[in-house]
Design a protein around this ligand. Structure first.
Ligand SMILES: [Zn+2]
Length: 60
C-alpha cells in the first residue's frame, strides 16, 4: 500500500517541516515528496499538497 511507504518516510522525522511535504501533481498525476516542484512539469503550480499530517498523528 502506498500509505505504508508514506508513513515510513515520516516516522524517522515526524516533526512538522514547512518546506517539505507530499505533493500530487494534477498535470502529470505524479506524486513526490519534498519541495513544491514537479520534475516532470518543471513547475510546482499544478501540485497540491497531500501530506495527511492529521491522519498520520492518528495512526501513530
Ligand atoms: Zn507534474
Amino acid at each position: 500500500m502506498r500509505l505504508i511507504s508514506r508513513l515510513r518516510r515520516f516516522v524517522p522525522d515526524a516533526r512538522p517541516r514547512a518546506d517539505k511535504a507530499d505533493w500530487h501533481c494534477s498535470q502529470c498525476s505524479g506524486d513526490y515528496y519534498g519541495e513544491r516542484y514537479c520534475v516532470n512539469c518543471h513547475t510546482g503550480k499544478f501540485s497540491i499538497v497531500t501530506t495527511p499530517v492529521a491522519c498520520i498523528e492518528e495512526v501513530i
